[in-house]
Design a protein around this ligand. Structure first.
Ligand code: FES
Ligand code: FES
Length: 164
């Protein structure tokens, strides 16, 4: 028997009530109920990283996280980082480094980089590569992606986005 119930989610600083089954992945609620399409559905198996969000500041794969485990946590999606008018410094670095081709993996790259730079603000290239090791890019723009993360670190990812 299927049991649905309501879940209180705090996403990008706002409270939401969604209804569904406890095991349904958080990603479905973010995309279908809250229209937050930054996180992408890629593999659906926790393997590609396209669906990455921050949960209490830690990068997590929303396709593999049951909604019940996301209750009472601080969830941040790509939309919560910045906007086209005021991008987050990491987003700006990805733009400036032209790190996207199709763009499908970029949500995961940025969210993973964001969590990584918060704990390691001045990483080496090898550390960036290691941090993004489990985020897959089918287009093969890994070189630009690594450059973008290093650029964000150089600028100070928590600071102001540098002017082009
Ligand atoms: S869609 Fe979540 S890891 Fe691939
Ligand atoms: S830019 Fe296309 S999958 Fe990474």
């Amino acid at each position: 028997m299927r049991t649905t119930r309501r879940f209180a989610l705090r996403v990008n600083g706002a409270d939401h009530l969604v209804e569904g089954e406890p095991q349904t992945p958080l990603l479905f609620f973010l995309r279908n109920d809250l229209s937050l399409n930054g996180p992408k559905f890629g593999c659906g198996l926790g393997e590609c990283g396209a669906c990455t969000v921050l949960i209490d500041g830690i990068a997590a794969r929303a396709c593999a996280l049951p909604v019940r485990l996301a209750e009472a946590r601080e969830i941040v999606t790509l939309e919560g980082l910045g906007s086209s008018e005021g991008p987050d410094p990491v987003q700006q670095a990805f733009i400036d480094a032209q790190a996207a081709q199709c763009g499908y993996c970029i949500n995961g790259m940025i969210m993973t980089a964001k969590a990584f730079l918060a704990v390691n603000p001045a990483p080496s290239e090898a550390q960036v590569r290691e941090a993004l090791r489990y985020n897959l890019c089918r287009c093969g723009t890994h070189v630009e992606i690594v450059k973008a993360v290093l650029l964000a670190a150089e600028r100070g990812q928590a600071g102001e986005a540098a002017a082009p």
